[in-house]
Write a protein that binds this ligand. Structure first.
Ligand SMILES: Cc1ncc(COP(=O)(O)O)c(C=O)c1O
Ligand SMILES: N[C@@H](CCCC[NH3+])C(=O)O
Length: 422
């Protein structure tokens, strides 16, 4: 459920008309709904109550500090994959004791900083990383709280490029090698083995792969415990999908997911953590853009809009579907035309939707891309020297710019002209 609805003929975020935000900040922009964020977090958290589970939001999905602060204030933790994400989460009020540090390529400096901050857990993804962490922790005279991220060889996800759980991907320690690496881990003075971590993919619309992966975790717990290796924490990753409104693959609701967690892992006496990203923020955000031109081709009609692939990469990168709606509510039964909705960037893949039937559009119309709160702003970039677009947070009848559009000077601030060109 989200809080983006038509009122008085205009699409609103909670009680604020998107036209009002467009006037204040200009297009394109992201708008997030506080009530939706809070609702998604609490529904997920409450569904895990029976297994006493905790939630570490995957910061990569949306790393805006105001978003993190909203979730952190409700008790949410963070799953981070860089020192930057860790520090942003801490600045946003999420204590290190609720932070899990993940990632396939942590450097010695990353590990140092994670230990210095005192994170709850470091998820180790390879044998050499384990050795490096042992060395770094030993040199500091501490023991690092560790889960090994194992790769259960259960592939899942809404697209090949967002599948992480099969052994052909770079993620985690191969299933068959896990036992030996756990044995090594418990022998190392700088490593305090706490648990097992997995994450099998993203935008997963079925419970079956989760169940298969959880059962593998269960088997591994038994194998390790039989060998005297204590496992007290299970980190199940994220991955539960959200509806992107194309009518296909509607993902199961959180209570059904939680029931699988309970059935497969609930009796092991382990503390359970999940790391949802998309589920919390996906439908809490829209991207609002203005139609610049309607361009008639001989085979199709293009709606050229002012947002582009650098603002929302998902369609170009994964052929992802995002619902598109006009901000001005169309009359019931209004005529529809098939449009290719494209951005201004000089790439053929700068296309948001092909042959999408939409109410008739004209230059100056505002449209909203739905389900843009996850992996939208956080994956955006300045390609074609386009400024990052504003992010706006709505709460009831108030809104605030939580990241403003940079000036050209700010965009260029890190560049320098060599002396010899002066
Ligand atoms: C380790 C880890 N945890 C959590 C997530 C969040 O995934 P999602 O946004 O699909 O819930 C990801 C991203 O896929 C991830 O790599
Ligand atoms: N960035 C992806 C998901 C990958 C998640 C990170 N492992 C998306 O937009 O769907």
């Amino acid at each position: 459920m989200h809080h983006f609805d038509y009122r008085n003929g205009v699409l609103h975020a909670e009680d604020v008309a998107l036209t009002e935000i467009a006037e204040a900040v200009g297009t394109p922009f992201y708008a997030y709904s506080t009530a939706t964020l809070e609702r998604h977090y609490t529904v997920f958290r409450d569904s895990l109550a029976e297994v006493n589970g905790s939630v570490c939001f995957a910061v990569k999905a949306n790393s805006n500090q105001a978003v993190l602060r909203t979730l952190g204030a409700l008790g949410c933790g963070a799953d981070v994959v860089s020192v930057g994400e860790m520090q942003v989460a801490i600045r946003a009020g999420i204590p290190a004791s609720r932070i899990i540090y993940s990632g396939v390529g942590k450097t010695a400096d990353d590990l140092e900083q994670a230990l210095e901050a005192g994170v709850h857990q470091i998820n180790v993804e390879s044998a050499p990383e384990l050795e490096l962490l042992n060395a770094v922790a030993s040199a500091r005279g501490v023991r690092a709280p560790v889960a090994l991220r194992v790769n259960p060889d259960v592939g899942a996800g809404g697209h090949e490029k967002i599948t992480t759980g099969n052994k052909e991907t770079k993620f985690g320690i191969e299933w068959t090698a896990a036992h030996a690496i756990y044995k090594r881990a418990v022998s190392l003075p700088g490593i305090d083995v706490k648990g097992i971590a997995i994450h099998i993919g993203s935008q997963i619309a079925s419970l079956k792969p989760f169940e298969a992966a959880f059962l593998r975790v269960r088997d591994l717990v038994a194998i390790l415990r039989a060998d005297g290796i204590q496992i007290s924490r299970l980190d199940l990753g994220g991955g539960l999908g959200v509806p992107y409104e194309d009518g296909n693959d509607i993902p199961p609701p959180p209570p059904e997911y939680a029931a699988i967690v309970k059935r497969t892992l609930g009796d092991l006496g382990c503390a359970i953590t999940c790391e949802p990203g998309r589920l919390i923020v996906g439908n809490a955000g829209v991207l609002v853009s203005e139609v610049i031109y309607v361009k008639e081709g001989s085979t199709r009609t293009f709606a050229v809009v002012d947002a582009a692939m650098n603002d929302l990469m998902r369609p170009a990168m994964y052929d992802a579907f995002h619902g598109i709606v006009p901000v001005a509510q169309p009359e019931a039964g209004a005529e529809q035309i098939a449009y290719d909705v494209v951005g201004p960037v000089c790439e053929t893949s700068d296309i948001f939707a092909k042959q999408r039937r939409l109410p008739v559009l004209a230059a100056g119309d505002l449209i909203a891309f739905r389900t843009a709160g996850a992996y939208g702003a956080s994956m955006s970039n300045q390609y074609n020297t386009r400024p990052l677009i504003p992010e706006v947070l709505v709460k009831g009848d108030r809104f605030a710019v939580i990241r403003r559009r940079p000036t050209l000077d700010e965009m260029l601030a890190l560049e320098q002209t060599p002396d010899w060109m002066a």
